[in-house]
Design a protein around this ligand. Structure first.
Ligand SMILES: Nc1nc2c([nH]c(=O)n2[C@H]2C[C@H](O)[C@@H](COP(=O)(O)OP(=O)(O)OP(=O)(O)O)O2)c(=O)[nH]1
Length: 115
Protein backbone atom coordinates (compact mmCIF):
# COMPACT_ATOMS: atom_id res chain seq x y z
CA UNK A 1 0.00 0.00 0.00
CA UNK A 2 1.22 3.53 -0.64
CA UNK A 3 1.03 5.98 2.23
CA UNK A 4 -0.01 9.56 1.44
CA UNK A 5 1.73 12.67 2.67
CA UNK A 6 2.84 12.39 6.29
CA UNK A 7 4.20 14.92 8.75
CA UNK A 8 7.40 12.88 8.44
CA UNK A 9 9.03 13.27 5.02
CA UNK A 10 10.81 9.93 5.29
CA UNK A 11 7.54 7.96 5.25
CA UNK A 12 5.53 10.27 2.96
CA UNK A 13 4.42 8.43 -0.19
CA UNK A 14 6.40 5.34 0.80
CA UNK A 15 5.14 1.82 0.24
CA UNK A 16 4.25 -0.30 3.25
CA UNK A 17 2.28 -3.36 4.20
CA UNK A 18 -1.24 -2.96 5.60
CA UNK A 19 -1.26 -2.63 9.38
CA UNK A 20 -1.04 -0.05 12.09
CA UNK A 21 -0.51 0.71 15.72
CA UNK A 22 -1.71 -1.45 18.59
CA UNK A 23 -4.53 0.24 20.50
CA UNK A 24 -4.95 -0.24 24.24
CA UNK A 25 -3.91 -3.72 25.29
CA UNK A 26 -5.00 -5.53 22.15
CA UNK A 27 -3.00 -8.55 20.94
CA UNK A 28 -0.95 -8.06 17.76
CA UNK A 29 -3.18 -10.42 15.79
CA UNK A 30 -6.33 -8.60 16.93
CA UNK A 31 -4.72 -5.29 15.97
CA UNK A 32 -3.87 -6.59 12.51
CA UNK A 33 -7.38 -7.95 11.95
CA UNK A 34 -8.83 -4.58 12.96
CA UNK A 35 -6.42 -2.64 10.74
CA UNK A 36 -7.09 -4.88 7.74
CA UNK A 37 -10.77 -4.25 8.24
CA UNK A 38 -10.31 -0.48 8.62
CA UNK A 39 -7.89 -0.14 5.72
CA UNK A 40 -9.22 -2.70 3.25
CA UNK A 41 -12.67 -3.72 4.47
CA UNK A 42 -11.69 -7.38 4.76
CA UNK A 43 -12.42 -9.85 7.55
CA UNK A 44 -9.70 -12.35 8.37
CA UNK A 45 -9.64 -15.53 10.45
CA UNK A 46 -7.16 -14.67 13.20
CA UNK A 47 -6.14 -18.30 13.80
CA UNK A 48 -4.87 -18.50 10.20
CA UNK A 49 -2.32 -15.71 10.66
CA UNK A 50 1.25 -17.02 10.52
CA UNK A 51 3.98 -15.10 12.33
CA UNK A 52 6.67 -14.03 9.87
CA UNK A 53 9.17 -11.71 11.51
CA UNK A 54 9.92 -8.84 13.85
CA UNK A 55 11.60 -5.64 12.65
CA UNK A 56 12.93 -3.15 15.19
CA UNK A 57 13.45 0.15 13.46
CA UNK A 58 14.43 3.66 14.50
CA UNK A 59 13.45 6.62 12.35
CA UNK A 60 14.81 10.02 13.28
CA UNK A 61 11.70 10.90 15.33
CA UNK A 62 10.60 7.55 16.80
CA UNK A 63 11.54 3.94 17.30
CA UNK A 64 9.10 1.08 16.88
CA UNK A 65 8.64 -2.65 16.45
CA UNK A 66 6.89 -4.11 13.43
CA UNK A 67 5.42 -7.58 14.03
CA UNK A 68 4.78 -9.11 10.62
CA UNK A 69 2.36 -11.88 9.73
CA UNK A 70 1.58 -13.85 6.59
CA UNK A 71 -2.01 -14.44 5.57
CA UNK A 72 -3.45 -16.23 2.56
CA UNK A 73 -6.45 -14.29 1.31
CA UNK A 74 -9.33 -16.21 -0.24
CA UNK A 75 -10.02 -13.38 -2.65
CA UNK A 76 -8.44 -10.17 -3.85
CA UNK A 77 -11.59 -8.21 -3.26
CA UNK A 78 -11.03 -5.26 -0.99
CA UNK A 79 -11.66 -1.54 -0.83
CA UNK A 80 -8.69 0.80 -0.46
CA UNK A 81 -9.84 3.14 2.27
CA UNK A 82 -6.76 4.76 3.75
CA UNK A 83 -3.85 4.61 1.35
CA UNK A 84 -3.41 6.48 -1.92
CA UNK A 85 -2.39 3.53 -4.10
CA UNK A 86 -1.92 -0.22 -3.98
CA UNK A 87 -0.28 -3.00 -5.98
CA UNK A 88 -0.51 -6.78 -6.16
CA UNK A 89 2.95 -7.88 -7.20
CA UNK A 90 4.89 -11.07 -7.72
CA UNK A 91 7.68 -11.34 -5.19
CA UNK A 92 10.42 -10.52 -7.69
CA UNK A 93 8.76 -7.18 -8.51
CA UNK A 94 8.57 -6.00 -4.90
CA UNK A 95 11.93 -4.25 -5.01
CA UNK A 96 10.66 -1.89 -7.70
CA UNK A 97 8.67 0.04 -5.08
CA UNK A 98 10.01 2.78 -2.83
CA UNK A 99 9.47 1.03 0.52
CA UNK A 100 9.47 2.66 3.95
CA UNK A 101 12.89 1.80 5.40
CA UNK A 102 11.40 -0.36 8.16
CA UNK A 103 9.84 -2.59 5.49
CA UNK A 104 13.01 -3.35 3.56
CA UNK A 105 14.02 -6.34 5.76
CA UNK A 106 10.53 -7.76 5.29
CA UNK A 107 10.72 -7.46 1.51
CA UNK A 108 14.19 -9.04 1.55
CA UNK A 109 13.00 -12.00 3.63
CA UNK A 110 9.98 -12.53 1.38
CA UNK A 111 12.30 -12.65 -1.64
CA UNK A 112 14.87 -14.89 0.08
CA UNK A 113 12.20 -17.38 1.13
CA UNK A 114 10.41 -17.25 -2.27
CA UNK A 115 7.09 -16.52 -0.58
N1 LIG B 1 1.12 0.22 8.95
C1 LIG B 1 2.42 0.28 8.65
N2 LIG B 1 3.15 1.28 9.19
C2 LIG B 1 4.44 1.32 8.85
C3 LIG B 1 5.03 0.37 7.99
N3 LIG B 1 6.35 0.68 7.84
C4 LIG B 1 6.57 1.79 8.55
O1 LIG B 1 7.64 2.37 8.66
N4 LIG B 1 5.41 2.18 9.20
C5 LIG B 1 5.30 3.31 10.11
C6 LIG B 1 4.47 4.42 9.58
C7 LIG B 1 3.78 4.96 10.81
O2 LIG B 1 4.62 5.92 11.43
C8 LIG B 1 3.67 3.77 11.75
C9 LIG B 1 2.33 3.09 11.69
O3 LIG B 1 1.32 4.00 11.86
P1 LIG B 1 -0.08 3.92 11.11
O4 LIG B 1 -0.41 5.32 10.68
O5 LIG B 1 -0.10 2.89 10.04
O6 LIG B 1 -0.98 3.43 12.30
P2 LIG B 1 -2.52 3.64 12.49
O7 LIG B 1 -3.27 3.02 11.34
O8 LIG B 1 -2.81 3.10 13.86
O9 LIG B 1 -2.70 5.19 12.32
P3 LIG B 1 -3.09 6.39 13.23
O10 LIG B 1 -4.39 6.03 13.87
O11 LIG B 1 -1.96 6.62 14.19
O12 LIG B 1 -3.19 7.51 12.22
O13 LIG B 1 4.66 2.87 11.31
C10 LIG B 1 4.23 -0.67 7.46
O14 LIG B 1 4.67 -1.53 6.68
N5 LIG B 1 2.93 -0.67 7.81
Amino acid sequence: MQRGKSKYDYISYKWEFPGGKVEGGEAYEVCLARELNEELGIEIVISKLKYFMLVEHTYQDFAFEVHCYLYKLDSREYVRRVHIDHRWLNIEKLLELNWALADVPVVEKLIKEHL
